[in-house]
Design a protein around this ligand. Structure first.
Ligand code: GUN
Length: 292
């Protein structure tokens, strides 16, 4: 079994972006600028956004978080989005999801300038992805593809099972892996909450990617020997033995699945750090198309 080290890979990617930023500064250019919009006080969202800001600053980006109360109106949030669209000093921004129930997430995402949509959530970017055209790809699928590439995992002709059909991870990933290109050409099955007999499918799979948000969902009896496992789940479970009272685990029963796998990502330290690295990469891409 070989561990796929997302943390180390993300560090390598961040280091190469940092070197590019250094070079920009040497040329007296401004650094790339990423903004995160955070609404409400969901602790997980706060943690994610803080990590994104910290990573941005560590590689020399300008980065800030715009924080708003839970009860901000949809109209006011649309004004914030519009202002970010107009601001030439902002290369890219994200609106952290989920948003409070009284705000229509789709309406907010639709209002983001697709050229600043470094999350790749705008329908224009999703459509470009479907058509195989260049645009912003959302960070988690992109991070998973990057791990597959850097670990030389063959996807061509392989049976890939993606578990979870979210717009952020599962659905785009199923498209990208099936496309006719390096790192694609897989036979993809997209399983979800209404899929019958997931075990039948998972036992056939050469590569399994989980993104369903259910702790320990994929167990050892569900996978064949030599399987590649990529776990994009992040679930918080009670852990009274820990000082903070909880721990983060993936969708995979890592301890029992790992001995059967040829490659496997841990949680934490697998897909999570890659998501942030890819967000930074997208922001650099936005910067380049804004300033060149
Ligand atoms: N919520 C969970 N993951 C993400 C993400 O990648 N981007 C945004 N904007 N919100 C999220």
């Amino acid at each position: 079994m070989k561990l796929i080290d997302g943390k180390k890979t993300a560090l390598d990617i961040k280091e190469s972006i940092r070197l590019e930023v250094d070079e920009l500064l040497r040329q007296n250019k401004r650094p790339p600028h990423l903004v995160a919009v955070l609404v409400g006080n969901d602790p997980a969202s706060r943690t994610y956004v803080n990590s994104k800001e910290k990573a941005s600053k560590s590689i020399g980006f300008t980065s800030n978080i715009l924080t708003f109360d839970q009860d901000i109106s949809e109209k006011r949030l649309l004004e914030v989005v519009d202002k970010l669209n107009q601001d030439d000093d902002v290369d890219g921004y994200i609106v952290q999801l989920p948003l409070p129930k009284h705000i229509d997430e789709e309406k907010i995402i639709m209002a983001i300038d697709p050229h600043k949509d470094v999350d790749g959530f705008h329908p224009l970017n999703l459509g470009k992805m479907l058509a195989g055209l260049p645009g912003f790809l959302s960070a988690t699928p992109l991070g998973i593809l990057e791990l597959i590439k850097r670990y030389h995992i063959e996807t061509e002709g392989k049976n890939v099972l993606v578990i979870g059909r979210s717009l952020i991870v599962g659905r785009p990933l199923s498209v990208l892996l099936s496309q006719k290109r390096a790192g694609g050409n897989a036979t993809v099955t997209l399983a979800h909450s209404r899929t019958k007999n997931i075990k039948e499918l998972s036992l056939q799979a050469d590569i399994i990617i989980t993104a369903i948000g259910k702790a320990y969902f994929l167990t050892a009896d569900m996978v064949k020997d030599g399987v590649v496992i990529i776990d994009a789940g992040i679930n918080s479970i009670d852990a009274p033995e820990r000082k903070r009272g909880y721990k983060l685990v993936g969708d995979v029963d890592f301890e029992n699945v790992a001995p059967k796998a040829s490659y496997i990502t841990p949680v934490p330290g697998g897909v999570g750090p890659m998501t942030i690295a890819m967000l930074l990469q997208n922001t650099l891409q936005a910067y380049k198309s804004n300033t060149i």
